[in-house]
Write a protein that binds this ligand. Structure first.
Ligand code: BDP
Length: 669
């Protein structure tokens, strides 16, 4: 809670609110404002201006709020986009005004002002126009109808239990509030792996779906559903799912009409096809443009979107075949289809070519598709990054990806300009991410994993925000303004990705985890399986040869200097060396160390640094709420122990393979 002058300042402006519109979203904004101010300043917000005549006013430009009309002139209004807002401290009218073109913009503006107060920022002299950089700012749930959450580490689903909708609309409302407070405007509520009963979400269960959509709507969020490509065949309704079959097309058109009758602002379908045993157009000898366009035609009359995932690869490959490369798959499948998708299709591309590893290169599909709408897909759920038992603040990783220059149009072609639509002038674009939430009381299991959820939304809104600034906001909003607390937590968060990387799979090679559940070390767990995820370690060396001359040729999927840099064993950045090259253990890195010594050093240091995270947290005992302190302490203890296990398994494995000892003569078992 703010105190002293700061509190007086906030009290001076925030005691009264002037709102005239009855619109549901604006009324939701008003509730948020009252709640937020009450909890931060301990006062009830009235509608009469205080004795100094000051108030906060908000509304749309078209609304009849006289203060909004007076404060914002034509010039400002023109700068405000459909979901943006203008905010100004207007001494003449005696108000802090938030004006927007849409009710959702007003809501975002109110959350913005609450955030400023929550992080003790000055609110006098405000004068800015804020627009979201990305159009679609989406969350994908991998929740199943039975209540489990695929790759969920924060309890069970709050949407479903036991093949029923939970009907917990209060919890869902709180979730919608959380999400809209960081600018999320689209949520797909079911797993991309759509099971039998879930195919009925677009028919039998529409009343329940509509109930959730109604909750979301008040917070400016559109609901999406994942659909099963073979939906028409469920219970033998249609004998095929061939996208060119007229009966199949009609089936989807009828479903779309029904969905929109129940949910007029329905967002659209999310589709995982021909991937990991999911049905898809390949069964019928059709390509993915045929499949996506069929759904696009069904949704088009209603303004719906098809979000078609590019995570398409053969998960039953022969591990003996060194030429097949899973990393190539997305590009090989989708590059030839560039320009063939309808306008309301968006391809959803995972950030890397494999699967959300702690380190992998950026997917070369970014930059390769000039005439196709696309969104990037991140994973907030920490499937491969410690499963919300380890702390791993992912915002720095996401920023690296967004800042990566693809060279698609020369020097300034970073991924963030592809996903914000500006590089190719795409009609639809944006960011999606797999949720890390569940019905745990704190939403994310590990309390510190909330920073990823918060940070994802903030980054999707504005990719220019720094990882440090986002962490500082989240810490201050969560724990209050104490600079000592904030300093410690901020260091923990900002170091955590690097620490996690250092004690797990080295130099970009990935995948040294236990198969299936993906928690904990297992160096050869995937080495002789069909998933296409190998490190090729033998007694001489390690790494995947993805070069053009001797390897899989994957490096050539990049453009210009990226392709050259990755293809060259001398120029390839250390952190990705083993992703692109198979090298002897004695290969010398840019750091001056051999690969084997790098493995030993990073693993010894990584485990030590994990222990230091716990020590740093211990310094907060007494400074933050006891229950929160204990919860995180428990997980940091587990992480410190587990980091040792990682260290020992990886170091031992490579010591035994290579026969080369540690220069530091530390204990390797
Ligand atoms: C992998 C997960 C799997 C998902 C798949 C996907 O292990 O559970 O179904 O991605 O993105 O990371 O479809």
């Amino acid at each position: 809670m703010p105190s002293g002058n700061q509190r007086d300042l906030y009290m001076k402006w925030c005691g009264a609110v002037k709102v005239t519109e009855e619109n549901d979203i604006i009324q939701a904004a008003l509730q948020e404002w009252r709640k937020g101010i009450e909890s931060m300043l301990g006062i009830q917000v009235g509608s009469e201006a205080n004795p100094q005549g000051l108030a906060v006013a908000f509304g749309t430009f078209q609304g009849e709020n006289p203060l909004i009309r007076r404060v914002f002139g034509e010039e400002t209004r023109r700068k405000v986009g459909p979901e943006g807002f203008a905010i100004r401290t207007s001494e003449d009218t005696g108000c802090i005004a938030i004006g927007a073109a849409s009710p959702a913009g007003v809501l975002y503006g109110v959350f913005h002002l609450l955030r400023l107060i929550g992080s003790l920022k000055n609110i006098e002299g405000l004068d800015e126009v804020v627009n979201p950089v990305n159009g679609l700012r989406m969350i994908n749930h991998w929740d199943n109808f039975d209540g489990s959450v695929e790759r969920g580490y924060a309890g069970r689903s709050f949407f479903y239990e036991n093949n029923q909708f939970t009907g917990e609309l209060e919890r869902i409302r709180d979730y919608a509030r959380l999400m809209s407070s960081v600018g999320i405007n689209a949520i797909a509520i079911n797993n991309v792996n759509v099971h039998a009963l879930e195919t009925l979400f677009i028919s039998k269960y529409l009343p329940e779906v509509a109930g959730i959509a109604g909750v979301f709507r008040r917070y400016g969020i559109r609901l999406f559903l994942s659909v099963n490509f073979a939906g028409p065949m469920h219970e033998g309704e249609v004998g095929t799912a061939d996208p060119l079959d007229p009966e199949v097309r009609k089936w989807w058109q009828d479903r779309a009409a029904e969905v929109y009758a129940a949910v007029p602002d329905f967002g659209g379908f999310v589709v995982k096809a021909d991937s990991e045993n999911r049905p898809g157009p390949f069964t019928y000898g059709r390509d993915h443009a045929d499949g996506a366009n069929m759904l696009a035609e069904a949704l088009e009359p209603f303004g719906g979107l098809v979000i078609w995932r590019c995570f398409v690869y053969n998960c039953k490959q022969d591990w003996r075949d060194r030429k097949t490369d899973r990393a190539r798959a997305a590009y090989d499948h989708f590059k030839p289809l560039d320009g063939k998708f309808n306008d309301n299709v968006i391809l959803q591309i995972k950030n890397g070519p494999m699967d959300f590893q702690v380190r992998e290169p950026v997917s070369p599909l970014f930059g390769a598709l000039e005439r196709t709408n696309q969104v990037i897909e991140f994973q907030i759920a920490q499937e491969y990054t410690g499963q919300q038992r380890h702390v791993c603040y992912l915002v720095p990783q996401w920023k690296e990806v967004l800042d990566f220059n693809t060279y698609a149009q020369g020097e300034a072609s970073p991924v963030k300009r592809i996903v914000d639509g500006s590089l190719w002038g795409s009609r639809h674009s944006g960011i999606a991410a797999v949720s890390n939430t569940g019905n745990d009381r704190n939403w994310t299991g590990h309390l510190l994993a909330q920073a990823n959820l918060y940070g994802y939304g903030r980054l999707a809104w504005n990719p220019e925000l720094t990882a440090e600034a986002i962490a500082a906001e989240w810490i201050s909003l969560t724990f209050g303004p104490d600079p000592a607390v904030s300093g410690v937590i901020s260091r923990i968060l900002l170091d955590s990705w690097n620490i996690y990387e250092s004690y797990t799979a080295p130099l970009g090679v990935g995948w040294m985890i236990n198969p299936e559940h993906h928690y904990g070390p297992n160096v050869d767990g995937y080495e002789y399986s069909q998933w296409g995820t190998y490190h090729y370690a033998d007694h001489k060396g390690i790494g995947v040869d993805r070069t053009v001359k001797t390897g899989t040729g994957y490096s050539a999927q990049y453009i210009g200097s990226n392709a050259e840099r990755y293809d060259s064993v001398e120029e390839c950045p250390d952190e990705l060396l083993l992703f692109f090259h198979h090298v002897p253990y004695t290969h010398v890195l840019h750091s001056g160390k051999t690969v084997i010594q790098h493995i030993y050093d990073t693993h010894f240091e990584g485990a030590e640094r994990a222990a230091e995270l716990l020590a740093a947290w211990s310094s907060l005992k007494g400074s933050i709420r006891e229950d929160l302190y204990i919860q995180v302490e428990e997980r940091l203890k587990e992480q410190a122990d587990h980091a040792k296990e990682w260290r020992d398994q990886i170091n031992t494995y490579f010591y035994r393979k290579s026969g080369i000892g540690d220069a530091g003569q530390r204990t390797i078992y």
